[in-house]
Design a binder for this molecule. Structure first.
Ligand SMILES: *[C@@H]1O[C@H](CO)[C@@H](O)[C@H](O)[C@H]1NC(C)=O
Ligand SMILES: *[C@@H]1O[C@H](CO)[C@@H](O)[C@H](O)[C@H]1NC(C)=O
Ligand SMILES: *[C@@H]1O[C@H](CO)[C@@H](O)[C@H](O)[C@H]1NC(C)=O
Ligand SMILES: *[C@@H]1O[C@H](CO)[C@@H](O)[C@H](O)[C@H]1NC(C)=O
Ligand SMILES: *[C@@H]1O[C@H](CO)[C@@H](O)[C@H](O)[C@H]1NC(C)=O
Ligand SMILES: *[C@@H]1O[C@H](CO)[C@@H](O)[C@H](O)[C@H]1NC(C)=O
Ligand SMILES: *[C@@H]1O[C@H](CO)[C@@H](O)[C@H](O)[C@H]1NC(C)=O
Ligand SMILES: *[C@@H]1O[C@H](CO)[C@@H](O)[C@H](O)[C@H]1NC(C)=O
Ligand SMILES: *[C@@H]1O[C@H](CO)[C@@H](O)[C@H](O)[C@H]1NC(C)=O
Ligand SMILES: *[C@@H]1O[C@H](CO)[C@@H](O)[C@H](O)[C@H]1NC(C)=O
Ligand SMILES: *[C@@H]1O[C@H](CO)[C@@H](O)[C@H](O)[C@H]1NC(C)=O
Ligand SMILES: *[C@@H]1O[C@H](CO)[C@@H](O)[C@H](O)[C@H]1NC(C)=O
Length: 508
């Protein structure tokens, strides 16, 4: 045996000494309450489904389409604000948290939505925005005229002169008191909603990791069930390497207080669509990535079919932030592009509305990308991948299992989820533009062959195909989830390897 061969063998053996990094240990409490492993589907009510031809989505529209959430396999719908609002800030300027805005319907439409959702086994979550009340909200009025008890609901500052408004009227200091006070928090709704189930509270804020973690609370101060994890959004982009993506994931686990539940958000109403931001061909890979991680998952409407940003002109713009700015900044500032109506089917207005005009234009891309086309039996589609992912998330391994991560190549990463006595699952994602050969040897729980359970839309692999863990050629943008039937630990420890080397030297 030549020296070269021995060096090569040595390199291979050395590589098998490298172990994938465990970044999350299994949690036996992962399934003791529904919210911990749920998938939350964010609905932007204006753009989901219009029931009355006025071109804007509404509650009856949502109710009529709840079956889609069941078909997709999600647990809960989170509705962006539907409360009474003068609409100066796109409905985020709430004037009464206890009433429904007429744009969306009535309280009885809302009660019907809840009833239908519960019949379908879905949960409903509302978007409560205490930091952004309307100046027409009674709290603001009471605070403004210094009614006792309300003085510090807002931070009041003297304006520079009598003609300019105070500069930070939006801040509310009594956040905790308001959140914990049922008399203020949606009293008419609560009785319908609780029914012995845990009500989940998530918090949203764009801040650094240390501040974000404070929203989990601690032994002395109550917090949210989880603060939204926007770090995959803010710390990764189209060109991110496998290492950068893994760092963004590790960031959360490294800072999360013990016994807390992680969560993963890929897109929302404030950020470009995933297909536009991270690449259309990577949509399945990213959906698989976030669904594969331990904890809760949040999906923005349309991401299950890989919608791209819509086309909206300055004249058609609706986002107050951008419309109050300069036309030249519209394309970079407006959030209208990720808020265009959902693509239900190939009919007029993508099946969103039968009105003559929609509040934001329906993207022309609906003709080639819509739910109806993606739902056809036998076609490989983003939606079918998403449905399979939701089924997979119900497996014990994906609920309780460890998470191990490894960079396999500059643009290829792999994770495993492992649980004693259960199948090990491995996720491999080549987000790069070139096909790349990789090995899974650093995952000690995988050995020999693994069986494909799910592959991205463009992958040539199919369910049931076997892959050798020693060498897999991953096509550009290909993503695969495979499983290893046995979870017997392979004793490739240092002694085994030394023994083999001794034998090899003897042979040569
Ligand atoms: C996982 O558990 C092992 C063994 O208890 C421990 O050594 C390791 O630090 C843990 N890792 C994490 C990321 O919690
Ligand atoms: C509330 O809103 C104000 C103004 O937009 C902002 O400066 C502040 O950071 C927000 N506070 C929280 C807790 O989000
Ligand atoms: C303060 O405003 C509230 C709400 O508009 C109103 O009901 C109340 O009468 C006002 N009080 C005073 C002293 O002006
Ligand atoms: C009030 O202050 C603003 C901002 O400093 C300034 O633009 C405006 O001219 C002032 N108005 C008067 C009447 O002084
Ligand atoms: C978070 O806090 C840690 C420890 O106090 C500190 O080392 C780190 O720099 C902080 N991170 C950020 C992003 O502020
Ligand atoms: C708990 O959280 C509060 C609010 O963030 C903080 O002031 C306090 O120091 C924390 N307590 C402990 C023991 O970490
Ligand atoms: C990605 O890299 C390409 C060059 O390979 C560059 O043209 C492009 O601007 C980069 N995109 C982002 C979002 O960084
Ligand atoms: C992959 O190709 C796309 C489209 O040509 C390009 O935008 C992107 O920057 C490329 N990625 C890398 C990592 O170069
Ligand atoms: C599949 O690959 C083709 C050719 O590279 C590309 O045009 C298309 O966008 C890809 N589709 C998906 C869903 O990735
Ligand atoms: C749409 O426009 C047609 C022709 O102008 C009109 O007859 C019809 O009433 C309009 N439909 C709606 C829902 O506004
Ligand atoms: C799989 O894991 C679950 C949860 O730990 C356990 O209850 C079950 O027995 C395991 N399955 C097998 C076949 O061991
Ligand atoms: C592993 O899969 C390859 C094909 O990818 C096949 O040739 C080989 O027999 C399989 N080995 C085992 C042990 O199943």
């Amino acid at each position: 045996m030549s020296v070269l061969k021995i060096v090569a063998l040595f390199a291979t053996l050395l590589h098998s000494l490298i172990e994938a990094e465990v970044i999350y240990n299994s949690s036996s409490a992962a399934k003791d309450d529904w919210w911990k492993y749920a998938t939350y589907y964010q609905i932007y009510p204006r753009s989901f489904k219009d029931s009355d031809d006025d071109g804007m989505g509404d509650l009856k529209g949502i109710t009529s389409k709840l079956q889609h959430l069941v078909n997709a396999g999600v647990t809960a719908a989170w509705l962006s604000p539907i409360f009474k609002s003068p609409g100066i800030d796109g409905g985020y300027d709430v004037s009464d948290f206890r009433d429904i805005d007429e744009k969306f319907g009535t309280m009885s439409d809302f009660e019907q939505l809840i009833k239908t959702a519960h019949e379908l086994g879905l949960k409903i979550i509302l978007d409560y925005v205490p930091n952004h009340t309307s100046d027409q909200h009674v709290w603001f009025q009471l605070s403004k005229n210094k009614t006792a008890g309300y003085e510090d609901y807002y931070i009041w500052k003297k304006s520079y002169n009598s003609t300019t408004p105070p500069n930070n009227w939006k801040q509310i200091t009594q956040l905790n008191e308001i959140l914990l006070s049922d008399k203020l928090l949606l009293l008419p709704f609560t009785l319908n909603i609780i029914r012995g189930n845990t009500r989940v509270l998530m918090s949203e804020g764009y801040t650094d990791i240390n501040n974000t973690m404070k929203y989990y609370g601690n032994d002395t101060v109550d917090g949210a069930h989880f603060p939204f994890n926007f770090f995959i959004i803010t710390q990764t982009s189209l060109n991110s390497t496998a290492k950068e993506i893994i760092s963004a994931i590790k960031l959360w686990f490294q800072h999360m207080p013990s016994k807390c539940v992680a969560n993963w958000v890929l897109g929302n109403h404030d950020r470009d669509r995933v297909a536009t931001r991270l690449g259309l061909e990577n949509v399945d890979g990213y959906n698989m990535l976030t669904a594969f991680l331990p904890g809760a998952l949040v999906t923005y409407y349309g991401e299950e079919i890989g919608m791209e940003n819509g086309e909206v002109t300055w004249e058609e713009g609706q986002d107050p932030g951008a419309c109050n700015g300069l036309e030249s900044d519209f394309n970079s500032e407006s959030r209208d592009f990720e808020r265009t109506p959902f693509h239900w089917d190939s009919s007029v207005n993508a099946g969103f509305s039968t009105g003559n005009k929609t509040w934001l234009p329906v993207s022309s891309k609906y003709k080639t990308n819509n739910l109806e086309l993606q739902s056809k039996d036998g076609v490989k589609s983003h939606f079918h991948v998403y449905q399979d992912l939701m089924k997979l998330r119900k497996e014990d391994t994906l609920i309780y299992g460890n998470l191990n991560v490894e960079v396999l190549a500059t643009y290829v990463l792999a994770f495993t989820r492992e649980l004693d006595g259960n199948d090990t699952y491995v996720f491999i994602f080549n987000k790069g533009n070139y096909s790349t050969s990789v090995s899974l040897s650093s995952f000690k729980s995988l050995s020999g062959n693994v069986t494909v359970v799910l592959s991205s839309t463009n992958s040539s692999r199919n369910k049931g195909d076997t892959l050798s863990t020693a060498s897999i050629i991953m096509d550009a943008h290909e993503a695969i989830i495979a499983k290893s039937r046995s979870n017997v630990s392979v004793c490739w420890n240092i002694y085994t390897i030394l023994l083999i080397m001794v034998l090899l030297f003897r042979i040569s």
